[in-house]
Design a protein around this ligand. Structure first.
Ligand code: 5AD
Ligand code: SF4
Length: 474
């Protein structure tokens, strides 16, 4: 008789993700870290033995949601206990980091609280919680959590599709006066080059064709290579573009001061870098920018955009704006509207200023009344929507490379994304899924484009030569 090792008992895990793309990436890594311990992902809290809320602290509304969700889960747990069942509740992410003690105090139902730097310790924390302890881990450890976290796996990736997020940098040293990120994610760190390349190779082997590199300050990336040399984001993008299968690279979010010449030149030289850049300015008023501690003026931001557009004339821009920052006058807001028009953003995220305890903005005088913020938000949104639709219409008649991602809603149709992240629908066979093909855009709808396949793509010898030229350059 042969002895068999017992399988770990299967437990069900549901992770609810709030906030940014980095949280989406982190949730996947948490699931990967727990898989060897018998945790299998499920799609709803109702089916789970362990629910983790991966939280966001960036604005007040985002963090308020956590406490109401904990309340709902506690009720579910209490009901289960009546019939001998149970539920473990974990709170992860930036609310956990910033308000760990508050959660412990206000929400006794929560079994464990852990910040973004503790995810690699999750199995151990969970074991302690299973033994009845209430576990809180919000330290910023010295060790590199990525060394201990499983890299994105290819089996998982296949399920996820042709595009993937990849965290390359975390944290921020900029300390904008409205922002909690430097407190919740800690100071800037970059993952070593080889570690990022290895993870990208695994993703590519699993079928991923488009990578979005993530970091709170991603263009401040300065990872070490195996010889101890510091590598910037431009070179990282180039090295990633050499991985077979990786055809498109994006990165988010960037700070204007970190748009180096090296990175901007990469936008000129590297076809794989998509001509769509998220570069927040937050406000179009120099006085407000100063008070926000952004460390640049409107003119300096405009100069960066000009350098980018010179390097890559087909570049489209997106950004973030905060309206109603303390002291923002009507004239300051009009200056923001002027920047929105002048840059001609193809899209943008807009927010009402939200007081974050512990940040300098929270104690500033001249807080703007809610009604004023709402009024300004409506106006800026109208302008951005108008520009977004104009941008969609502007690509009608152009032939764009489209990454075919999935079957369309109707038989015989397929859908994909343009370089500008626009959804494109067209007639075509599903065997094209995973390919990048030239598509003539024939119509712009509200939220998508209609296209017509031109020809099936052949490898472009010109881009091969171009890659070699860049290799020589590095
Ligand atoms: N209030 C409103 N918006 C904020 N953001 C960051 N902090 C705040 C805040 N306190 C916005 C910024 C940032 C984006 C991620 O969220 O525009 O770029
Ligand atoms: Fe926050 Fe971005 Fe400013 Fe850093 S650069 S403090 S993440 S808004």
């Amino acid at each position: 008789m042969t002895e068999t090792t017992p399988e770990p008992t299967s437990k069900k895990l549901f992770i609810k993700t709030y906030g940014c793309q980095m949280n989406v990436y982190d949730s996947d890594r948490m699931a990967d870290a727990l898989a060897p311990h018998g945790y299998e992902p499920v799609q709803a809290a109702e089916d789970a033995d362990l629910v983790v809320l991966n939280t966001c602290h960036i604005r007040e509304k985002a963090s308020e949601k956590v406490f109401s969700e904990i309340g709902r889960l506690r009720e579910m747990r209490d009901e289960r206990r009546l019939t001998g069942g149970d539920l473990m509740i974990g709170v992860a992410g930036c609310v956990a980091q910033a308000e760990g003690d508050e959660i412990v105090r206000r929400a006794p139902a929560v079994n464990l609280v852990f910040g973004p730097q503790s995810y690699h310790r999750l199995p151990e924390l969970l074991a302690r919680a299973h033994n009845g302890a209430r576990v809180v881990d919000t330290d910023f450890p010295e060790e590199d959590k990525f060394e201990h976290l499983p890299a994105a796996k290819k089996e998982v990736t296949l399920k996820r599709g042709l595009t993937a997020f990849l965290t390359v940098q975390e944290g921020c040293d900029k300390f904008c006066s409205f922002c909690v990120v430097p407190y919740t994610r800690g100071s800037e760190t970059s993952r070593p080059l080889e570690q990022v390349l290895r993870e990208a190779e695994t993703l590519a082997e699993g079928g991923v064709r488009e990578l979005t590199l993530l970091g709170q300050n991603v263009n401040a990336y300065h990872g070490l290579d195996s010889r101890g040399r510091t590598v910037g984001l431009g070179e990282l993008c180039y090295r990633l573009s050499l991985i077979p299968g990786i055809a498109r690279i994006r990165y988010t979010t960037s700070h204007p001061l970190d748009m180096t010449d090296e990175l901007i030149e990469m936008h000129r030289d590297l076809d794989a870098l998509m001509p769509y850049l998220h570069l927040p300015i937050q406000s179009g008023s120099d006085a407000i920018l100063r008070s926000m501690n952004r460390r640049h003026t409107v003119a300096e931001y405009m100069a960066v955009i000009e350098r980018i557009k010179t390097a890559r004339p087909d570049m489209a821009m997106s950004g973030d704006f905060i309206v109603g920052f303390p002291g923002e006058t009507d004239a300051d807001f009009e200056a923001t509207m002027q920047v929105v028009r002048e840059v001609g953003y193809a899209s943008a995220y807009t927010f009402k200023y939200s007081i974050r305890p512990g940040t300098p903005g929270a104690t500033m005088e001249n807080q703007v009344p809610e009604a004023k913020k709402a009024e300004r938000l409506t106006r800026i949104n109208e302008q951005i929507n108008t520009q977004m639709h104009a941008f969609h219409r502007s690509v009608v008649g152009r032939t764009l490379p489209v990454l075919i991602e999935k079957p369309g809603r109707h038989p015989g149709q397929i859908g994909g994304r343009s370089p500008y992240l626009q959804a494109v629908h067209m007639d075509g066979p599903t065997r094209l899924i995973g390919q990048i093909i030239p598509v003539e855009i024939v119509e712009a709808r509200n939220n998508s484009l209609i296209g017509k396949i031109v020809t099936v793509a052949e490898p472009n010898p010109a881009s091969v030569i171009e890659s070699q030229a860049i290799a020589a350059h590095i």
